[in-house]
Design a protein around this ligand. Structure first.
Ligand SMILES: Cc1cc2nc3c(=O)[nH]c(=O)nc-3n(C[C@H](O)[C@H](O)[C@H](O)COP(=O)(O)OP(=O)(O)OC[C@H]3O[C@@H](n4cnc5c(N)ncnc54)[C@H](O)[C@@H]3O)c2cc1C
Length: 447
């Protein structure tokens, strides 16, 4: 009988369509699945909403494993130390994991590989996080894609030749029985009451149920028309936190989009993959502008304005509603994210990096690649399709995407009565001048 094999779970908390599980099954041994709640997660921007979601996901995953004769091993503390300890305890020769390209995760992976090698255990890492591995995506000329549209075209070309459908694993008789884990509550982990609550419940069971219901109840069919209506919670799938923690496979989601004839939703799913591709090519995506010229901008926004923005007290209804919804639920719809982010950068002149950090810490789906990529997109600092001179007018956005006023009424009813902290018309011109100056200065070195 082959020795057992350990699956090291990170942002892949599911049993459906996981390349690490597929890799482990090939060995013929029984599978044990380990997740380590590591305090280092906090330094990586994992906030309360995300942590609560993860804890729910672990409970769900243990339940799903127990139904199939296995169980989840959960440890708390240093990931590498626990990996080594569990590998030793179980007598495994191989640990399988899905790749996590965030720089801190990649560094941990390297440390884990070395430590496991030290005890004679091999770490096998496979690509799983996107529909098409980054190495296979390129322009027709074989160069890295520089725009989303080139990326999406290339992904579709690859998928036409090398389809990557999701796989249902047969785990019957293949799971190592383990005692029920002690999964600490998010409150215990944080050391105080957790205020943030995501507006969805964590776990693969809930992810698959949400995917089915959202499709079957007709919302997916209306997505292309309704997706920007910020007051309608089902106008979008609300699957992002599941995708972030790998409670839902990206291939499973894309399959549903394609089979349902929903190209708009499919293209949004590929935006997620695109930002992972951008991170792959720009590992400092959350620290430097993709177009380095814009690192020269001097951000003049004040702490006071930043704080008013975080509290949702700017006097601009849609911005305030978004920021208060974020604080209460850990989620905001894409349109409201764009408006709130644009306001911080283009109206309050605060460095996009401060907003990026705030969002990542408070969003249940907070994700380095999608968040930093989106902040740079909104800021016009180098990602395609969003030149710096495209500036959202928060009042026009509100009229268009919250036409009945229900969104502002729900989240920030007092906002219209607040004194506006800045005048959009004035600040828009200030921003245009600042961006233009930097762009021109760098075009002309003698300036
Ligand atoms: C400033 C800003 C910050 C953002 N931060 C994050 C973040 O931290 N994590 C995150 O997952 N998304 C982020 N997004 C992208 C997008 O807002 C969310 O993915 C989307 O709102 C999630 O809601 P949904 O699941 O209902 O999406 P749907 O509209 O149903 O789309 C389905 C899935 O496609 C992906 N997706 C959709 N739109 C985008 C997009 N524009 N960029 C990348 N992926 C997309 C998501 O995985 C989403 O779950 C951010 C956008 C902005 C403007």
């Amino acid at each position: 009988m082959a020795p057992p094999v350990l699956v090291w779970l990170r942002r892949d908390l599911r049993l459906d369509d996981s390349h690490a599980i597929a890799e482990a099954l090939v060995t013929g041994g029984e599978l044990a699945l380990l997740y380590v709640l590591d305090p280092a997660m906090k330094a990586r921007g994992v906030g309360h909403a995300q942590l609560g979601f993860i804890v729910e996901g672990l409970e769900d995953l243990h339940g799903r494993l127990a139904e199939r004769g296995g169980g989840l091993i959960v440890r708390r503390g240093d990931t590498v130390a626990h990996l080594v300890e569990v590998a030793r305890e179980l007598g495994v020769e191989r640990v399988c994991a899905n790749r996590d390209e965030e720089p801190a995760a990649a560094a941990m992976e390297a440390a884990a590989e070395e430590a496991l090698r030290g005890i004679g255990v091999e770490l096998v890492v496979v690509d799983d996080e996107v529909n098409v591995p980054h190495e296979l995506v390129a322009t027709k000329e074989g160069k890295p894609c520089r725009t989303y549209s080139a990326y999406a075209r290339s992904v579709r070309r690859v998928l036409a030749e090398l389809p990557a459908p999701p796989v249902e694993h047969d785990l019957a008789g293949r799971l190592l029985a383990v005692p029920a884990p002690e999964i600490p509550s998010a409150e215990t982990l944080v050391g105080r009451p957790v205020r943030h609550r995501a507006d969805v419940t964590g776990g693969e069971t809930h992810a698959l149920a949400r995917l089915r219901a959202w499709r079957d109840d007709g919302y997916l069919a209306r997505y292309a028309d309704d997706r920007d209506l910020v007051a309608e919670p089902d106008a979008t799938s609300r699957l992002s936190a599941y995708l972030r923690q790998g409670m839902l496979s990206p291939r499973r989601a894309l399959q549903v989009a394609d089979r349902s004839g929903a190209p708009k939703w499919a293209s949004e799913l590929l935006w997620r993959d695109w930002f992972k591709y951008v991170l792959h090519h720009h590992p400092d995506l959350d620290r430097h502008c993709v177009d380095a010229r814009f690192d020269g901008i001097v951000w003049t926004g004040s702490d006071e304005h930043f704080e008013a923005w975080t509290r949702g007290e700017t006097g601009y209804g849609m911005v305030d509603a978004a920021m208060r919804q974020l604080a209460e639920t850990g989620n905001i719809a894409n349109r409201a994210r764009m408006v709130a982010a644009s306001f911080l950068v283009k109206d309050l002149h605060v460095d996009w990096r401060r907003g990026e950090q705030w969002f990542r810490r408070h969003l249940a789906d907070g994700d380095l690649a999608s968040n930093a990529g989106s902040w740079q997109w909104v800021s016009g600092t180098g990602l395609d399709a969003a030149p710096y001179f495209r500036i959202f007018n928060p009042d026009l956005q509100e009229r268009k995407f919250d036409p009945t006023g229900a969104y502002v009424q729900r989240w920030a009813p007092d906002s219209p009565g607040l004194l506006r902290i800045v005048d959009h018309g004035v600040e828009r011109d200030v921003t245009l001048a600042a961006y233009k100056a930097v762009a021109a200065e760098l075009q002309d070195p003698s300036a």
